[in-house]
Design a protein around this ligand. Structure first.
Ligand SMILES: [Zn+2]
Length: 104
């Protein structure tokens, strides 16, 4: 016959084991569920909105149309970013000219 303390210890150990098992089950569950349904953790092609893997970079599907479209978008975006830096730079350049002009 086990003492009361031993019984409690045993129960505690069993509970801990069950908790650990449940935790590992929980850790496994999402990935397997994700693999089955393919609904979790994905993104969409920015052009045609087809679901694509999360690690696709650029975020497009493998259609040529989408690659071309994405490249166009990317290029215009880069041009826009460039202009956003260029115009202030030009403005600053003219301000400096103004400041230097009269005195020089
Ligand atoms: Zn696409």
């Amino acid at each position: 016959m086990l003492s009361r303390k031993e019984t409690i210890l045993k129960a505690a150990r069993r509970t801990a084991q069950e908790a650990r098992a449940a935790a590992s089950r929980r850790r496994d569950a999402p990935s397997s569920r994700q693999a089955e349904s393919g609904v979790r953790s994905h993104r969409h092609c920015v052009v045609c909105w087809t679901p694509i893997p999360l690690d696709n970079d650029p975020p497009i599907c493998d259609k040529d149309d989408c690659a071309t479209m994405q490249e166009k978008k990317e290029r215009s975006r880069r041009r826009l970013t460039f202009m956003m830096y260029l115009f202030p730079a030009i403005a600053v350049f003219f301000v400096i000219l103004e400041v230097l002009g009269p005195s020089g």
